[in-house]
Design a protein. Structure first.
Length: 283
């Protein structure tokens, strides 16, 4: 009797372990089931189609900047409710609690292989990284800091566009961020955009498309309006790869497609190519 009981428990234990080892995730692009362990090992890159999945801002920081170098700007800035949108404040409080973020973007200064840089990273977990008053203000301030201190800017974009809960205030951020980019450019500053999945709407129509060098990760969605909206407007069927990074690269909208595993080295090379070297150590 005890032997039978032991076998049942043993079987259940082994089954749970086996199930844990074989957890899978479905790739949003090719719909292939991929081992979760392998997917995470590759930093959320599909080994079948090379689609580059979404990362949190902390995950992105960890694989991009030098360890311990990041100093965040405007840490406690949070959004109000400029047009009194119903339950907007409560919704944001809930998302802050869930994600640990104050808004859809973090900004700060750091180094990438020793080269100093101002960096911004959008996080799709916060209201699909939509650009409201706080996101626009933080991005504009980051460019202003970079302009004042003669630093380059690297901006990782990932957004559904403007935040409708803030109405016209959200749309104003397009002009504000674009103006900050222009002032940075006028001072000779380097601006590198890295478009990740997805970069759409008002973010694409403003600061995301104004980089001196525009990079995209493979297979990511880049566009303004949605596919169905465009098809219904022009009454034509769009290509299957329409708005994917590869299509945009072919049409000249972006300059480079860079895999995640090569992104840090590529950014470092570009920064040094434009004269942003690590500061010399005192002897």
């Amino acid at each position: 009797m005890f032997e039978d009981f032991f076998n049942v428990v043993k079987k259940r234990f082994n089954s749970d372990s086996e199930e844990e080892e074989h957890k899978t995730v479905k790739c949003p692009r090719c719909q292939t089931n991929v081992l979760l362990e392998r997917y995470e090992e590759l930093h959320r890159v599909c080994p079948n189609c090379n689609y580059h999945g979404r990362l949190s801002c902390k995950e992105r920081l960890s694989i991009t900047v030098d360890k311990g170098s990041f100093q965040e700007f405007d840490v406690d800035m949070i959004s109000g409710n400029p047009i009194n949108f119903p339950e907007y404040c409560e919704k944001q409080a809930e998302i802050r609690e869930k994600t640990g973020l104050k808004d859809s973007v973090i900004t700060g200064k750091a180094t990438i292989k020793g080269s100093p840089v101002v960096i911004g990273i959008m996080d799709s977990r916060y209201m699909m990284a939509s650009m409201g008053s706080v996101a626009g203000e933080k991005i504009a301030r980051a460019f202003e800091y970079a302009t004042e201190n003669s630093l380059p800017v690297v901006m990782f974009t990932a957004s559904g566009g403007a935040r409708m809960q803030e109405g016209i205030v959200s749309l104003m951020q397009m002009a504000k961020t674009s103006g900050a980019v222009k002032l940075h450019s006028d001072k000779g500053g380097l601006y590198i955009t890295v478009m990740t999945d997805p970069t759409t709407g008002g973010v694409t129509a403003s600061f995301a498309s104004l980089g001196d060098i525009i990079i995209a990760e493979p297979k990511v969605l880049i566009g303004f309006a949605g596919r169905r909206v465009i098809e219904s407007t022009i009454k034509q069927k769009l290509p299957d790869d329409f708005q994917l990074a590869e299509f945009q690269h072919e049409k000249g909208f972006i300059d480079m497609i860079v895999e995640r595993k090569k992104m840090r080295s590529t950014l470092s090379h570009l920064l040094k190519l434009h004269g942003y070297y690590p500061p010399e150590k005192e002897v």
